[in-house]
Design a protein around this ligand. Sequence first.
Ligand code: SDX
Length: 394
Amino acid sequence: QSGYITLDTGFKNTGATTSSITFLDGEQGILKYRGYPIEQLAEKASFIEVAYLLIYGELPTQAQIDDFQYKISHQTLLHEDMKKFFDAFPHNAHPMGQLCSLVSSLSAFSPESLNPNPTKEETNLAVIKLLAKMPTIVSWIYKGSLGAPFIYPQHKLKYVNNFMHMTFGRLTEEVIIDPVVIDALDKLLILHADHEQNCSTSTVRMVGSSGSNLYASVSAGISALWGPLHGGANQAVIEMLERIKNDGGDTEKWINKAKDKDDDFRLMGFGHRVYKNFDPRAKIIKRACDNVLEKLGINDPILEIAKKLEEAALHDPYFVERKLYPNVDFYSGIIYRALGFPTEMFTVLFALGRLPGWISQWLELRDNKEPIGRPRQIYTGETRREYVEISQRG
Ligand code: SDX
């Protein structure tokens, strides 16, 4: 092939596409969805409203959001055959492993999603089905981990309320979910909804670029999000903070461990490929953390450790030089824990929030008729070698 290949491992300085969905400014710490600042959306909007904004490009009118919620609430059931998949997993199978399998399996019950040239209506049906069924899948994964009976969705409940009803509801009694908990989760889902071309979104786009269906593309994104360097960090942060607490809470010791090149320990929840300033989401989540724990009357000792760690790192030359600040994952786990979720469910909650972002980016790629993704490489292997019969090999 003529021409030069520019090597950019990890795509640190490569634009993979054009997009009108999310804007990030890493130096200024700015994040906007379809032009709306994340601070305003987190304060004023609902998650389902933000999902509509990301997917269809505009803030919905009352009629549009009612229709959107109505369509979703009538697609929340899973095909009863899917229960066999939940039963097949060992009860301690990681929720992210279950989620990527179960989301991919949705194509088996949605023939319209396999049409290589779907109509707009068929595509929109697949979008609605995925938005509607993901909360049911996530809550049933949680119930399965407890050996508890599945709680079915209810048409009359709004998106986040329905998810919490299925997750913390019981067959034998009415469980009232604290509105503080609903509001906190709604805000967290908004803050996770999209983030331009991060690892998992780039994966969704790459898989979608080959013509793969929406469910398979999002399932691939879930796999990418699972990694501890990406969405899996929110689980790793809590495990790290627990480790520090159980080790006596000596944050200086752990800061020095994170700086030690011979030690592969990293301060999970710190640093970001794009934000070289505070992650705007982390600022909002940190405030929400104080607010939620106070309202719920929870005193979680690891919150104090997190704040001590943050304070120490923000004044340590190693972190300052490398512009390492708390990212979205640093405080989110503390809130998820306060809302009653086990640590293993945290990254699945990240996926639930990111779903509308993945969907909107997949649709944009298809609408823009982008070519199949196929990067090149710099070859560093052997030049030419002749085949040697096995009897002649030393
Ligand atoms: C998410 O991309 C997105 O938008 C992702 C996300 C989204 O919404 O989709 O924002 C969600 O994934 C947030 C990030 C969650 N991950 C973590 O918290 C894991 C810990 N963070 C790091 O592993 C790291 O900061 C990354 C993965 C987030 C970014 O990695 P980069 O950009 O490849 O940076 P790097 O690994 O090359 O680090 C640069 C330097 C290195 O030191 P030097 O070799 O220059 O001496 O900074 C150091 C690193 O050793 N460093 C850290 C560190 N992060 C980077 N040192 C200690 N602790 C850390 N957390």
